[in-house]
Write a protein that binds this ligand. Structure first.
Ligand SMILES: CC(C)(COP(=O)(O)OP(=O)(O)OC[C@H]1O[C@@H](n2cnc3c(N)ncnc32)[C@H](O)[C@@H]1OP(=O)(O)O)[C@@H](O)C(=O)NCCC(=O)NCCS
Length: 340
């Protein structure tokens, strides 16, 4: 492995790793825009026209992030034809963990029946692609399979009365099994962060900066400056996508499928337009999943695969942006074993 660091945050490394299986964990309950409009001062028309969202899955009261993550992980292993004994690391990308302590990944590992290394990555909506970078590097050492799961229960951290945020988010999990494969390509990657103004998208209180005492007022809910986030999302995903394409020496016409973070259809449209990619090559699931943060890309990838949009050898561009701010993009060659 060698790194090309022409751009300080672009990792030129192309890892000899492939995605051997994908799986999803979606709560059974679907909530439509009309159902939200019965509780909030909003409408199906407002939500659809501003975001492209028509519905979202919402976790049942007994379900938390680790439950969705374990379901996705189990399905991904079955898809790969592997067992939990083949897995050396369980990595969970989440910004809505079951608990502040411990991490969610050990709970998922236990649910799957393993005591291997298990840890969380919190890069918000960029978490899954960041997890591919970390998990890919581990898988490339050849020890075995690495389970990378993006999992969120975002509906638990939004203020039920904040219409500007609540309508945007949904719950779910998506998982990928990474295995070493000398013929495979995972990368290059472009990852970055800008933590100068975290208040653009954050939960203000309840962490170590401003703990919430049991009796005190505080704001534990997800708050957002939507306009600022919109602008940064488009700018960062476009720049990050260009960075990985430039590093790989590829152009937009070489991309068979773009799977961007599913935050908002308008953001995805703007990214596609600025990159100059044929809109038909952008896979969109935000209409049915809403924004599931770190779960959005693996959910969309699995959906694309199930719809026959990932052909053997296809060049896939993943690009994500989220709270932090954080961003992460990478290229991968889709080449599942059964089609190789
Ligand atoms: C949130 C977002 C959809 C708002 O869209 P917009 O085009 O900026 O909205 P507009 O300017 O047309 O409308 C804003 C108005 O709608 C109102 N509004 C907000 N949410 C609403 C809702 N669910 N239903 C109806 N009205 C709503 C606001 O209160 C505001 O009203 P005001 O002008 O009286 O103050 C847009 O800014 C966005 O997509 N931001 C990025 C969000 C995101 O993807 N975050 C996650 C990134 S990982």
């Amino acid at each position: 492995m060698t790194a090309t660091l022409e751009h300080p945050r672009t990792v030129g490394t192309v890892l000899p790793v492939r995605i051997a299986g994908l799986g999803v964990g979606l709560p059974a309950r679907i909530v439509t825009n009309d159902e939200l409009a019965a509780e909030l001062d909003t409408s199906d028309d407002w939500i659809r026209s501003r975001t492209g969202i028509a519905q979202r899955h919402v976790a049942a009261p007994h379900e938390a992030t680790s439950d969705l993550a374990a379901a996705a992980g189990k399905a991904a292993l079955a898809d790969a034809g592997l067992g939990i004994e083949d897995v050396t690391t369980v990595l969970v990308a989440t910004t809505s963990p079951d608990h502040r302590v411990p991490g969610t990944a050990p709970l998922v590992a236990a649910a799957l029946g393993t005591e291997v290394s298990a840890f969380d990555v919190n890069a918000a909506c960029s978490g899954f692609v960041t997890g591919l970078r970390v998990g890919g590097a581990l898988a490339a050492t050849g020890d075995g399979a690495v389970l990378v799961i993006g999992a969120e229960t975002m509906t638990r951290i939004v203020d039920p009365e904040d219409r500007a945020v609540r309508v945007l988010f949904g719950d779910g999990a998506g998982a990928a099994v990474l295995v070493p494969d000398e013929h495979a390509h995972l990368g290059p990657f472009d990852l970055g962060s800008d933590g100068l103004d975290p208040s653009m998208l954050w939960c203000p209180d309840g962490g170590t900066r401003t703990p919430i005492a049991p009796t005190a007022d505080g704001d534990p809910y997800l708050r957002m400056r939507g306009g600022d986030i919109y602008r940064h999302a488009v700018t960062r995903m476009v720049a990050s996508s260009r960075a990985v394409l430039d590093t790989a020496g590829l152009g937009v016409d070489d991309v068979d499928l773009l799977v961007g973070h599913q935050a908002n259809a308008r953001i995805l449209d703007a990214v596609v337009q600025r990159l100059g990619i044929d809109p038909d090559r952008s896979h969109v699931t935000v209409d049915v999943h809403a924004n599931t943060s770190a779960a959005s890309i693996p959910l969309a990838l699995a959906d694309a695969r199930d719809r026959g949009r990932l052909k053997p050898g296809a060049t896939v561009l993943l690009t994500a942006f989220g709270a932090g701010l954080t961003w992460a993009s990478c290229l991968l060659t889709w080449d599942p074993e059964e089609d190789a």
